[in-house]
Write a new protein. Structure first.
Lengths: 280, 280
């Protein structure tokens, strides 16, 4: 039983909004999509919804209210746009100064600002984990492969790196191989960071681990760390041993396919808890 | 008056070894180069020296002793090689286990291990700042351009990011633009990190600052953060506002040319002190 009557989803890129649609349909609930132009998957067109530019805050809020949505979910990836592509409407212009101030602090600050704006309009803002229960990473090995002692040690280090960067509102990922920090995610995103590991000398990158976890203190309803089939493909392409994500907070989109690909490639996918890092 | 009789330089890539040669010649001191194969600048061939592979530790130490060197300086960039390219001799094989153990902790640990190995052979290990006094970055604006308030704030943030990563033996650099952490250096090096900033959406990268500083606790005689003409060129190419380095510990190679290029490009080059970061 959901704590909302009708869910509105503001949909950016990647497969997460479609996963939300499927989960909602399985519960026989109505759904409404605000499809962000140039970002949302065209397959979302089959559901009730509207196309909006990122800056059309007025149109977005009005559409959600007209559709009788009482809860809103932000799902999918949104790259920072060029200012000229924002296409702000009046409402968008009104919140722009606050948005830009938040933007200078990092993505986390932007999302916090958006959540507050939606809440001030009376919406319940929910996390994707609440809309789709089985997305959250579980504890331990997910799939056939389990991390060995070296990989567990690398997971601890990479997790500590992301934690140390938390106060700077930086990315959520790092790659460590045999104790050496190969790459740290900042504005370029996880995919670009993974690809970069493939350009390092061979003996550096052999058998590394990608760790994704939320920044400490992050607004957990939005921008949860996500992995999916593309993460597995790229991690395999650059020769990593596996991927570790924080259990109960990171998301796995299309889990069956993720497991299948990881098993095929011989990669582990591992859900860790903070307490595991301390004890291991 | 130097505290050594004859300096031996183990020379990797970039212009730093040539700068050392020029400074030593100006003091009428002898110098001897161990030119690392595939790395050292061919111009070093004009000085007394020997060509060695990275793994030929026995030949390196013997050559330095045969040339009557009592002090050794490690200068120039050394990328981690493929194991098969190391070409270890007997002595190289003997120190390899210790080297590999250090390698798993990071570049800082490798350098510490090399310093200890050289010291155990009776050499004084000196820093490049001792061999070339005027290389060290001075305080304040170096060149015509000075950082504005936003840039000073970005310098503080980037410097704090590098400091926070110190315990992980990661790179020495980060780029921050208008409060947003664009890129953090790990195994890819400063040049690749700068180039990556050019691939981010335009409004992200406008007016960023590159900060280079030593990791806290770093062995300061080797691997000091260095900037040179190439750093200025790349920073200008991706639209940064300037470069800040820690005064008295970071090095500027070919300072006159660095200043000329920076002034032409309208970039600041700024030497900061930890105390400036706190007060500003």
């Amino acid at each position: 039983m959901s704590r909302w009557k009708k869910l509105g989803v503001i949909a950016g890129g990647n497969a997460l909004p479609l996963t939300v649609a499927a989960a909602t349909a399985a519960r026989n609930e109505d759904i409404f999509f605000v499809r962000l132009k140039g970002l949302a998957d065209p397959e979302l067109d089959q559901y009730p919804g509207v196309d909006c530019a990122l800056g059309e805050a007025g149109k977005i809020i009005r559409s959600l209210k007209d559709a009788n949505c009482d809860a809103v979910l932000l799902a999918g990836m949104v790259q920072r746009p060029e200012l000229k592509d924002l296409k702000v409407d009046w409402r968008g212009a009104a919140i722009l100064p606050g948005l830009l101030a938040a933007a200078s602090k990092g993505d986390g600050a932007i999302l916090e600002f958006l959540v507050k704006t939606l809440e001030s309009e009376g919406f319940i803002v929910i996390g994707v984990d609440e809309a789709v229960n089985d997305l959250l990473a579980t504890e331990g090995a997910i799939g056939k492969v389990t991390p060995d002692a070296q990989s567990l040690s690398d997971i601890r280090k990479a997790a500590a790196v992301v934690r140390a960067l938390g106060e700077f509102d930086v990315g959520q990922g790092a790659v460590v191989a045999n104790g050496l920090v190969l790459a740290i995610e900042a504005a370029e995103g996880t995919d670009a960071m993974l690809d970069r590991c493939g350009t390092l000398p061979n003996n550096i990158q052999a058998g590394g681990v990608l760790v994704k976890r939320p920044k400490p203190g992050q607004e957990l309803r939005v921008d949860l760390p996500v992995i999916g089939t593309e993460t597995i493909r790229r991690a395999a392409a650059v020769g990593l041993s596996g991927i570790a994500i924080e259990a109960s907070v990171a998301l796995i989109v299309d889990r069956p396919k993720v497991i299948e690909l990881a098993d095929e490639a011989g990669l582990f996918v591992y859900g860790f808890k903070e307490v595991d890092l301390r004890n291991a």
